[in-house]
Design a protein around this ligand. Structure first.
Ligand SMILES: [Cu+2]
Length: 507
């Protein structure tokens, strides 16, 4: 069932020209029998009265609807879900219809919409439609506009939507939001905004704090170590595929505890919309980084006239990492100092649980000895020479570990799992080392583990530096674009599919 769901999600969310839900969204209002077509325009042509293209939410499905006497009827089920962030890391979250974030809803301005909401959670919740100007009774404010929906119960929301823009739905119980209960709700204008875009993508930003070996995020913890785009972390995020010259819209939606400055390489965009819809062109600001605050949405648009696989990512350094946390221990830095004694280290850390909890047996936390590791996971359970799964203890050990790790990994045609980073022989003498050297997260080439049609033709080793809120906008020349799109349509994997790689877990 999981496979089928995954397949359907991929087809619906990613397949070019296969948009059951999206096609239907246009049918009623515009009487189109063929639905939106794959546009070949280059973005400069701007015929009036054109249908908007459907949005795509990479890695997330569209929610289909059925037409009931002119009302578009959707069905959302709030439920526990297993969300795979990247191969080997799946979290137990709460979401809708099998995923967190939940499926994307697309309707037209002016539509009458009914959403049947079932609660399959073990506790009450209430659904809020963020920014909708609808009757108070439909607002989903628990205790204010309605009683919460109790476990096993159903609430039917119905409203007419006169707005247009990038909206979202979410549980109005705060901690449930942090368990993943969010989804995009796109209100298409009757006619496409000008200039019309050829590609329109949705990216939802979420964050979780999950201890190693624990799949349940701690929603009380504000130190988030899993930062997601559409429920995936780099390098498992699916790249956005664009043909050179197309006009592109990205709709960024944030509901979490942090604000995210989302940065696009190689292109300059205009900020054309907020969580309240389209903005007047006179106030479009240009930029390459847009701050998406909590509970906000930002639409940005650009003409993709610069070919390349361009990174798109949150620019907060800690949001470009996986499994990064100071409270979970076993980090690269954890036992580094202590084990570096022989090689001239000056940062003895790596103490026991008591010290990690701030109960030092000697000295103080801000002392010269302990200071550098303060807030960096002071050795929960670490011992001087114990190997850890995500960090070397010294340079010699690091090389030894890498050697072992590489033995267990496959060497593909393009370099398999090898590292492309090196460290200098006297690295330990440099205060502050290591920072980005060696597997702060995984920092390993896992191209093959995350290969998919959308990654076809990427530079070998691309996955090494992709973590957290990172993906690509791939601006492809026509020939390459056609090849990738054809692979997406055929669901062909990327470079030479291989069996899953065995993960090395250290000793
Ligand atoms: Cu961020």
């Amino acid at each position: 069932m999981n496979n089928r769901r995954t397949f359907l999600q991929r087809v619906m969310a990613l397949g070019v020209g296969v948009f059951a839900g999206s096609r239907a969204f246009a049918e009623q209002s515009h009487g189109s029998s063929s639905g939106p077509k794959e546009s070949k325009r280059n973005g400069k042509q701007s015929g009036p009265q054109k249908e908007p293209v459907p949005v795509r939410t990479p890695d997330i499905a569209d929610l289909p609807f059925r037409l009931e006497n002119g009302v578009k009827e959707f069905h959302l089920v709030a439920e526990p879900v297993k969300q795979e962030l990247l191969p080997g890391r799946t979290l137990d979250l709460w979401g809708f219809n099998g995923s967190a974030p939940g499926p994307t809803i697309q309707v037209n301005q002016g539509d009458r919409v009914r959403v049947i909401v079932d609660n399959h959670l073990p506790e009450a919740f209430s659904m809020h439609w963020h920014g909708f100007e609808i009757p108070h009774a439909m607002d989903g404010g628990p205790g204010v506009s309605q009683d919460p929906i109790n476990p096993g119960q159903r609430f039917i929301y119905e409203f007419t939507l006169h707005q247009e823009g990038t909206y979202f739905y979410h549980s109005h119980m705060a901690m449930q939001e942090m368990m993943g209960m969010l989804g995009a709700f796109i209100l298409h204008p009757r006619y496409a905004w000008q200039p019309q875009v050829d590609k329109d993508f949705v990216i939802l930003l979420q964050e979780y704090a999950a201890l190693p070996n624990n799949n349940i995020p701690n929603s009380m913890n504000m130190e988030f170590n899993w930062l997601t785009f559409n429920g995936k972390v780099g390098p498992a995020t699916t790249p956005l595929i664009v043909r050179l010259g197309e006009r592109v819209r990205l709709r960024l939606i944030n509901l979490g505890m942090d604000h995210h400055p989302i940065h696009l390489h190689g292109n300059t965009f205009a900020v054309t919309g907020t969580e309240a819809g389209r903005q007047p062109e006179a106030i479009w600001g240009t930029g390459n980084t847009v701050l998406v605050g909590v509970a906000q949405a930002r639409d940005v648009e650009f003409v993709a006239n610069n070919p390349g696989d361009w990174m798109l990512h949150c620019h907060l350094p800690h949001h470009m990492m996986n499994a990064m946390s100071s409270v979970v221990g076993r980090m690269t830095r954890t036992a580094m100092g202590a084990s570096m004694g022989a090689s001239g280290g000056t940062m003895p850390a790596g103490a026991g649980m008591e010290e990690g909890m701030g109960m030092l047996r000697q000295g103080n936390a801000a002392s010269e000895e302990n200071g550098p590791s303060l807030g960096r996971g002071m050795g929960i359970g670490a011992t001087n020479d114990e190997r850890t799964t995500n960090g070397p203890l010294n340079t010699a050990k690091a090389h030894e570990m890498m050697g072992e790790a590489m033995q267990g990994m496959q060497h593909g045609e393009h370099g398999g799992m090898q590292m492309s980073q090196e460290i200098s022989p006297d690295a330990n003498r440099v205060p502050g080392f290591p920072q980005d050297a060696y597997m702060e997260g995984s920092m390993m080439n896992m191209d093959e583990a995350v290969t998919k049609p959308e990654t076809y033709g990427m530079r070998p080793g691309w996955s090494q530096f992709m973590q957290g809120m990172m993906t690509f906008v791939r601006v492809l020349p026509p020939e390459k674009y056609d090849e990738v799109v054809s692979r997406i349509q055929q669901q062909k994997p990327g470079d030479k599919p291989k069996p899953p790689v065995e993960h090395h877990h250290g000793a």
